[in-house]
Design a protein around this ligand. Sequence first.
Ligand SMILES: Cc1cc2nc3c(=O)[nH]c(=O)nc-3n(C[C@H](O)[C@H](O)[C@H](O)COP(=O)(O)O)c2cc1C
Length: 142
Amino acid sequence: MSVNWILYLSRPTTTPWPATVLDIARACERANPAAGLTGALLFSNELYLQYLEGTGPALEALWARLARDDRHEIVWRATGIGTGRRLGSLVMGYLDADREGAPLRDHPLWRARADWTPDQAEPLIALMVDLARDKYPSSLGG
Ligand SMILES: Cc1cc2nc3c(=O)[nH]c(=O)nc-3n(C[C@H](O)[C@H](O)[C@H](O)COP(=O)(O)O)c2cc1C
């Protein structure tokens, strides 16, 4: 079944870990299951990269909140329609690039993060799905 997705890059205006990420986690637990949203959030002191999948209206409703959230400044956003969910039942996966980044830090895409553009949405999503599969195998179906 087709599923809409959003991938966006933003810059934190406050240090993400721990307080802001824990606040985001609370918001996700409260709102995302009911909205049928699944996602993954890659964060470091310098960036958020969030991938979200669900229906178009659910994504647009969340986007309206994200866009006015002053804990970050949006840099770019990419959207698309896929043939199915890539994150299984994962409400939100958290990928901390500064503290658990070993597999990430050596990745060529991560090293090129200063130059990420919306054109790289596919490889960036694939990277996040790979990391999420390693970290949350049961949510992604093993
Ligand atoms: C990087 C980042 C990611 C976020 N992800 C989500 C999310 O997936 N779901 C959500 O409900 N809120 C998320 N939030 C929080 C929303 O921006 C917003 O604060 C929250 O949904 C409450 O909105 P409200 O106060 O307008 O009800 C995120 C915030 C940031 C900074």
